[in-house]
Structure formats: structure tokens, C-alpha cells
Design a protein around this ligand. Structure first.
Ligand SMILES: Cc1cc2nc3c(=O)[nH]c(=O)nc-3n(C[C@H](O)[C@H](O)[C@H](O)COP(=O)(O)OP(=O)(O)OC[C@H]3O[C@@H](n4cnc5c(N)ncnc54)[C@H](O)[C@@H]3O)c2cc1C
Length: 556
């Protein structure tokens, strides 16, 4: 009766992550790596140490909404959890939003930022959510060139002073739809003191944000998405009074429990158009691209955290006379997850690289096209991987993975949102298809994979490289031929997108593995490429009959 199981432990999550360190050594110039590495190591220590302990202690705290003060005034005050307050301070001080706008490392500034996000996020309880929207809002204001709003908001959005720093919300989803916002019901009316918004926003995550970018239809505009305009609003005035915004309630969610996601009523909220009085959906694209990049990096970081814990536990837990790590079957299970996590990481950081190049003005047309195609593919592919990896990782702890005070179930609950928000898997598959129809996009994608695969000379990488090439050829064949069969083509879009995403990951794994072999950094990366190549890369299936789907869903 005296046995007590050692819990899983984390060390410095930067030092314990060979892939991150290899990748940065490959992607960054030595001077940039030299400049950023001490901070990354510090954040790795924090994330695996003090912040992780605080996250476990903070487990039962949740944001609280107080709608009325004791004297009957509407207050709508939201109290955040202690860890979120600490995360806000850390995020400002380390420039989690600011770094790419400061641009000290030029085109590599995005990589620096995303490496910090990757390290900190698993111990920040999804504080990445408001940060992603803040980054997206900053990018959107800059891209749309509204000088007045840039002067007013950008210094706040990118401030390193926690007392001055703002976060931003992104309020798009309404009761009528989040994927299809064309029926948005919020209207904008011109009053003597400017535009005022009236409507209901159904999901608003950064409800404590100081500002938001939101969609509304100026009165008299046509129906449909073209008639929507993008508006900037500040949530409170200088005295702290709400700007015509009431918080109806906080959502009771499966996961992201620390994120205060609310339903809001806008009743005359003062707002300013960001870029004209139409084309709001097109104008908010920069914001969505940014939050999708964050989602992708967060997916990769969640998988890494689950694996850090599961691998550590496998060395501490004994069953049938042996540590789990010594059992070929348990090792095999974890190795498959490791290959998924490594593929996701490389795709996420490839998108960050491209984003950094585009922002620094270093890109050619090919990079711009590639970024447009890779952003939805990476988001949808890694979102799915994150849920699958988290689920299997919990099983690797047995019953402990299902017990709340181990802190482990959060990994799965918080992963489950990643394929839903910022565009569901189906919606992003359709978006990727649209991106691929741009002239030159398919060629840019092919060049990207051929470059990585061409570099993979080691005989042990031949099989994986061929698997990636075959999957890509199959996907291209489907793209070229299946369009005639309209229903089958539409039905196959998700399988097509996942095939492209997974084949991209495999090609990046091959390229990275060859670099590791060339640099004498061992054969782990090659093992990841080989393992990944055996895990359902090619999902395109011309044999699937959409009529069967109709039968199964009972739709005539
Ligand atoms: C925790 C959380 C926080 C959120 N925070 C915010 C926020 O801050 N701001 C914000 O604006 N939104 C936010 N959202 C909303 C989120 O972005 C939407 O829920 C999401 O975009 C899906 O929209 P919907 O819920 O209306 O689902 P629907 O659009 O109704 O989708 C339902 C299903 O239909 C599928 N579908 C839709 N269209 C198609 C199609 N053309 N072909 C095939 N399948 C299709 C979808 O894939 C999905 O499976 C949040 C959501 C969650 C869960």
C-alpha cells in the first residue's frame, strides 16, 4: 500500500526540444540565433517551471462576469484568472505581439516571435487567443493603411509596457453564422457624432480587450458580404464607461475555460470604418491569416507539451515489470505521435517564415502565393493533428490522463477548439481550393515540395520522399480531373486539403532530416520522416461515391 506514482515533470522546454533548436539553427542566420537564444532558453525554463506550476495551481479558477454593481449600475466587469494576468504581463514584456513590428531581426522577426509563442503557450492557458487577435488587428490596420487608426492603436497593440498594452478582439460570428458571415445582422448607422453599431455578436473571445475590429452593414448597403464594412471600436471611453456594449453572458465551453468568450449586444457602440464602407470581409483577411498562423503554431506547441509529458511519464511509470519506455508497443505509440508533432511543427514554422518574408518585403510573387495557399492548409492540417495527438497522449497516462487534477485533460479540451475557430476544417479546405485556383499557385506548391524532396539524398529518405511525391501527384491529378464531377469534387475537398497538408509536412520532414544528417545532428529527424510516411498521407480517394454519403445522411 506504500506505492506512490511519480508525476510527469517538465524541464527547460527549450533545451528539451531538439527539433526547435535544430530548426532555429537551420533557419536563422547565426547572428540572429545568437541574439534570440538566451531569451528562448529563459522562456523554456519559465514555461517548464514556474509558469507550469502556476498553471496547475490555477486549474480551478475561471473568468467571472459581474454584470451589475451593488447599486444597480451595469458594470459588465470580467475578472480574469491569475495566470492570465501573469500571461498578459509576460506577453507585453517579451514582445509576443511587438517583435515582428519592431523588426529587429528583419524577415526572421516572425520566427523569433513564433518560437516564443510556441514555448510559452502551453503554460499560458490559451492566452494566445487574445494575442493572436491583437497581432491580427495590428497587421490589418497597417495593411489597410488607415494612418489615423494606426497612430492611435498600433503603439498600444505593440507596447511592451503592460500598463499601456492593449489587446484587440475580432468580432465576426453572429447567430446566423460564423463560417458564412454574409448574413451579418449588425447594422451601422451614421449619427451626428459618427457611426454607431447595433446588433449581437455571438462569440467574442477577447471580451476584456480594449478595442475590436468588427463587421457591420452600413444602413442602405446591399445584402451579402460585399455590403459589410470593417469597423474599429474601443470598448470603453476614457472614464472606463462601456461604449454601448453589453456583455450578455460568458459561454460555458468544453475547453478554453480561461478564455472569457462572451455574447455581446452592441447598442449604439461608437465605431469608425477602417477602410471604406464596403468589402469588410475582404478587408479583414489579414487578421484571419494572422490568427490562422497563430492557431497553427499553437497546435504544434500543444502537441509538443503533450509529448514532453507523455515521454517523461513513460520513463517513470512501470507496468508488468518494466518501465513503459522500454515496451516496444508503448514506444511505437508515442513514436507515431512524435512524427505527427514534428511534421506539424515544420509546417507551422514554414508558414511563419513566409509571413516574415512577405512582411519584410523580401518575397517574390511565388512566396506570396505560397503563403496564401499554405496558411489554410497548415491551419486545417495541424488542427486535426492536435486533437488526435492530445487524445492519444492522454491514453498514454492510462486513467491519470482522464483525471482533472493531473492537469492533463486540459490538453485535449483546449486542442478541440483548434479545428473549429478561425475557420473549420471544411471551410478552410474550400478556402485552400480557392487559393489553389490562383494562376501559378499549384506550381508554387509543387516547387516548394520538390525543393525539399530534391534535397533528401540519403537512401533512408528515398521511401518517404517517394510517398510525398506520390500523394502530391495524386492530389494534382484529382484537382485536374475531378472538377467535371461536381458533387464528387466538392465532397473530396477536405481529403484533398489534408493530403496536401500532410504531403507538405512529409516533404518538410525529409528536407529537415537531410539537413540534420549533413550537419551531424543525428538520425532522429530521418526516423520522423520515415514514420510519418507510413501514417496515411494520401487521403484522396476517387473510389468514394458521394451517393453513399447521401444514403448515409438520409438526404435524397
Ligand atoms: C471558444 C470559441 C471562441 C470563439 N471566439 C470567436 C471570436 O472571438 N470571434 C468570432 O468572430 N468568432 C469566434 N468564435 C466562433 C467561431 O469562429 C465559429 O464558431 C466558427 O467559425 C464556425 O461558425 P459557426 O459556429 O457559425 O458554425 P457553422 O458555420 O454553422 O458551421 C457548422 C458546420 O458546417 C460546416 N460548414 C459550414 N459551411 C460549409 C460549407 N460551405 N461546406 C461544407 N461544410 C460547411 C462547418 O465546417 C461546421 O462543421 C469562437 C468559437 C469558439 C468555439
Amino acid at each position: 500500500m506504500s506505492f506512490l506514482q511519480e508525476p510527469p515533470r517538465l524541464g527547460n522546454t527549450y533545451d528539451a526540444d531538439p527539433l526547435l533548436r535544430e530548426y532555429l539553427a537551420r533557419a536563422l542566420p547565426p547572428s540572429a540565433l545568437f541574439a534570440v537564444e538566451p531569451e528562448l532558453r529563459y522562456l523554456g525554463e519559465l514555461s517548464g517551471g514556474r509558469l507550469f506550476r502556476m498553471q496547475l495551481e490555477d486549474r480551478l479558477n475561471e473568468p467571472r462576469l459581474t454584470q451589475w454593481d451593488p447599486w444597480g449600475r451595469r458594470s459588465d466587469a470580467i475578472e480574469l484568472t491569475p495566470l492570465w494576468r501573469e500571461a498578459a504581463r509576460l506577453a507585453a514584456e517579451h514582445g509576443l505581439v511587438a517583435v515582428p513590428y519592431e523588426g529587429k531581426n528583419g524577415e526572421f522577426s516572425r520566427l523569433h516571435q513564433m518560437a516564443m509563442v510556441y514555448l510559452l503557450e502551453p503554460s499560458m492557458d490559451v492566452y494566445s487567443c487574445p494575442l493572436a487577435m491583437t497581432d491580427g488587428a495590428a497587421r490589418t490596420l497597417v495593411d489597410l493603411g488607415n494612418g489615423e487608426l494606426v497612430r492611435r492603436a498600433l503603439p498600444r497593440l505593440t507596447s511592451r509596457d503592460p500598463a499601456r498594452a492593449w489587446t484587440s478582439g475580432q468580432w465576426m460570428t453572429e447567430r446566423v453564422g460564423g463560417s458564412d458571415v454574409s448574413r451579418t445582422e449588425t447594422v451601422a448607422r451614421l449619427s451626428p457624432d459618427g457611426w454607431r453599431l447595433y446588433g449581437t455578436k455571438w462569440f467574442t473571445s477577447a471580451t476584456t480587450a480594449e478595442m475590436a475590429l468588427t463587421l457591420a452593414r452600413p444602413e442602405g448597403n446591399p445584402v451579402g458580404s460585399k455590403g459589410l464594412a470593417l469597423f474599429y471600436l474601443e470598448t470603453r471611453d476614457a472614464e472606463g464607461r462601456a461604449n454601448g456594449i453589453a456583455v450578455n453572458r460568458l459561454k460555458d465551453k468544453l475547453g478554453t475555460r480561461k478564455v472569457p468568450t462572451a455574447e455581446l449586444t452592441l447598442d449604439g457602440a461608437r465605431a469608425d470604418p477602417v477602410a471604406g464602407l464596403a468589402d469588410g470581409v475582404r478587408n479583414i483577411a489579414s487578421l484571419l491569416n494572422m490568427t490562422r498562423l497563430w492557431n497553427t503554431v499553437v497546435a504544434a506547441s500543444g502537441m509538443r507539451r503533450a509529448l514532453h509529458l507523455a515521454l517523461d511519464y513513460s520513463r517513470r511509470r512501470t507496468a508488468f515489470g518494466e518501465r513503459l519506455a522500454e515496451k516496444p508497443l508503448h514506444r511505437d505509440t508515442l513514436a507515431s505521435l512524435e512524427a505527427e508533432a514534428e511534421g506539424a511543427f515544420l509546417l507551422a514554422f514554414r508558414v511563419a517564415e513566409l509571413q516574415g518574408r512577405v512582411e519584410a518585403g523580401r518575397e517574390g510573387e511565388r512566396d506570396r502565393l505560397l503563403l496564401r495557399v499554405l496558411t489554410p492548409l497548415a491551419k486545417l492540417t495541424t488542427g486535426k493533428q492536435a486533437v488526435a495527438v492530445a487524445s492519444e497522449a492522454l491514453e498514454a497516462f492510462g486513467g491519470a490522463g482522464y483525471v482533472e487534477d493531473t492537469g492533463l485533460p486540459r490538453l485535449l479540451r483546449d486542442a478541440q477548439v483548434l479545428p473549429i475557430w478561425e475557420g473549420t476544417t471544411n471551410v478552410l479546405s474550400l478556402d485552400a481550393l480557392r487559393a489553389l485556383s490562383t494562376p501559378g499557385a499549384v506550381e508554387a506548391l509543387s516547387e516548394e515540395t520538390e525543393r525539399a524532396l530534391g534535397a533528401a539524398r540519403d537512401p533512408s529518405l528515398r521511401g518517404p520522399a517517394e510517398a510525398a511525391s506520390r500523394a502530391l501527384a495524386n492530389a494534382r491529378g484529382w484537382l485536374a480531373s475531378a472538377r467535371d464531377a461536381e458533387e464528387a469534387f466538392a465532397a473530396g475537398t477536405r481529403r484533398l486539403a489534408l493530403t496536401l497538408g500532410r504531403a507538405l509536412e512529409l516533404s518538410l520532414l525529409c528536407g529537415h532530416a537531410q539537413w540534420c544528417l549533413d550537419q551531424g545532428k543525428g538520425r532522429r529527424a530521418a526516423a520522423a520522416a520515415r514514420r510519418f510516411s507510413r501514417q496515411a498521407v494520401d487521403l484522396v480517394d476517387p473510389g468514394l461515391d458521394p451517393a453513399d454519403a447521401r444514403l448515409l445522411c438520409d438526404v435524397p
